[in-house]
Write a protein that binds this ligand. Structure first.
Ligand code: COA
Length: 259
C-alpha cells in the first residue's frame, strides 16, 4: 500500500514501515497519524504480514514528537480530541495480535517516545534519545505516555523524566527497562529482524494470546488472571497446540499452521 508519509517494505513476512518526514524529524502531524492508522489496518488485513517494524527516516530521528506547529490552533476540547485520537491510534499498535517492534534510530521524544512505548518491543540504536519534554511546552504527554512510561520504568523514574523533560540516552533507557536491546546504528534493522524471526518461528496463535493476556494486566475492565485462564483454555483448541505438542513428543521442530 502507498502512504503519504510512510515508506513500507515487506520481506519474509516482516513489514518495515518508516515514518518519512526527515526534514521535520518525522514529527507526527495529522497526515502521519492517519497513515499510522491505515498501516495498522493493512497489518491486520494482510495475511502476508506476520510482524511489523516501525522506524524513522534519516539518521537523526525516530519521531521527534507530535507536530508542535499544529498545537496553537486547538482549544481545550480540540486538544482533548487530539489526545484521544493519539491514544486510539497508538492502542492499535499495542493491541495488534501480530508482533510490533519499534527500531528507534534517533530522537524518540514526546509522541515519538509514546509511539515506541505502544509497540510490543523496542530496540534502540546507540544514538537514540528518549524523553517526554512536554513540560517545556506547558503541556503533558497525551498519547498514553504518563501511563505506559510509568508501567515500563516505574513511578519514580517516570515522574523524574516527565517533570524534568530531560532526554535519556539509549544505555540508560536500556538499564531502566524502557528498551529491550541497544545496538549500533548499522545493526539496528538486522537485529530487529533477527528478534522478530525468532518470534515468528513460534506459534502465531499463542503469540497473539500472550499479547492479549499481557494487555489485560492493565485493562481496568478485565481481571488479567481470569483472562489468562480463558486464553490458556482457548489454546487447547488450536492446530498450533496440537502441532507444538506432537512435534515435541516426536522430537522434531514444529511447523505451526497459525490456526
Ligand atoms: N514538531 C514540529 N516540528 C519539529 C518537531 C516537532 N515535534 N521537532 C523538530 N521539528 C522540526 C524543527 O522545527 C525544524 O524545522 P525547520 O528546519 O523547518 O525549522 C526541524 O524539525 C529540525 O529540527 P531542529 O530543532 O532544527 O533540530 P535540532 O537538531 O537542533 O534539535 C530536537 C532536535 C529534537 C532537540 C528539537 O527539534 C526539539 O526539541 N524538537 C521538539 C521535541 C519535542 O518537544 N517533542 C514533543 C512534542 S509534544
Amino acid at each position: 500500500m502507498l502512504y503519504a508519509t510512510l515508506l513500507t517494505d515487506l520481506s519474509e513476512g516482516i513489514l518495515t514501515a518508516t515514518v518519512n518526514r526527515p526534514e521535520k524529524l518525522n514529527a507526527l502531524n495529522h497526515q502521519v497519524m492517519a497513515d499510522l492508522e491505515m498501516l495498522m489496518d493493512e497489518v491486520a488485513a494482510c495475511a502476508d504480514v506476520k510482524a511489523l517494524i516501525l522506524t524513522g527516516a534519516g539518521e537523526k530521528s525516530f519521531v521527534a514528537g507530535a507536530d508542535i506547529s499544529e498545537f496553537l490552533a486547538a482549544d481545550a476540547a480540540g486538544a482533548s480530541r487530539m489526545a484521544q485520537r493519539g491514544q486510539d491510534v497508538f492502542a492499535r499498535f499495542e493491541q495488534s495480535p501480530k508482533p510490533v517492534l519499534a527500531a528507534v534510530n534517533g530522537f524518540a521524544l514526546g509522541g515519538g517516545c509514546e509511539l515506541a512505548m505502544s509497540c510490543h518491543l523496542r530496540i534502540a540504536s546507540e544514538s537514540a534519545r528518549f524523553g517526554q519534554p512536554e513540560v517545556n511546552l506547558g503541556i503533558i504527554p497525551g498519547y498514553g505516555g504518563t501511563q505506559r512510561l510509568t508501567r515500563l520504568v516505574g513511578r519514580g523514574k517516570a515522574l523524574e523524566w516527565m517533570m524534568s523533560g530531560q532526554m535519556i540516552d539509549a544505555h540508560e533507557a536500556h538499564a531502566r527497562g524502557l528498551v529491550n536491546h541497544v545496538t549500533s546504528p548499522k545493526e539496528l534493522l538486522p537485529e530487529s529482524r533477527k528478534l522478530l524471526s525468532v518470534i515468528l518461528s513460534r506459534s502465531p496463535t499463542a503469540i497473539a494470546r500472550v499479547i492479549a493476556a499481557v494487555n489485560a494486566s492493565h485493562d481496568g475492565r478485565i481481571d488479567g488472571f481470569e483472562e489468562e485462564v480463558r486464553l490458556f483454555g482457548e489454546c487447547s483448541g488450536t492446530e498450533d497446540m496440537k502441532e507444538g505438542v506432537t512435534a515435541f513428543l516426536e522430537k522434531r521442530k514444529p511447523i505451526f499452521p497459525g490456526r
